[in-house]
Unconditional design. Sequence first.
Length: 213
Amino acid sequence: MDDDALLAEQLAYYRAGAAEYDRPYAQLADLQELLASIDGLPIAGDVLELACGTGQWTRLLAARARSVTAVDAAPEVLALARARTAAATVEFVEADLFAWRPPRRYDTVFFSFWLSHVPPARLPRFWSTVAEALAPCGKVIFIDDGPAGAATEDVLADHPVPAAVRRLDDGSEYRIVKVFHDARALTRELAALGWSVRIRPVAGRFIAVAEPA
């Protein structure tokens, strides 16, 4: 399976499972802890949120930012995000993040549980897009699963692209991209792409702040 086919299946998963998207945030204490950690993050000015999902983070970003532009490819989750976040300072954009280009620059670029959904071959281009979006002296903040997260996923062994199988309540199965980034390896990889990054573990996952080196 090539990247395009796997990414199409990943999008289909999030579209079909929009109504189930928020369940882990209601059930898992570590995700609640992560949400609470946003107060300690250097979020400021105009914020671009990539892969905003149902707006769990969008509403918190809006409380800290001058404005938020929240982008996602799945209209079903965007509808839920709009319902959750009524702030006039938030704009929602439906777009494929692998094709979309930022129309302007932002003081903060934020994404949660998205980097692990980016195929390794597309990582350089993705970070190039992030660089295009970032204003001078801006910061990139991202949150994701580390290697320990593999224990909670149905990982596909020997797959050409790191992937896992997710199941919805109706029994349907979808393959998604799932890369469990090791902090040291990711730091080296981003340094090679021209970024300086600080990564710290929080609640079994990690929070990272990156800036152009």
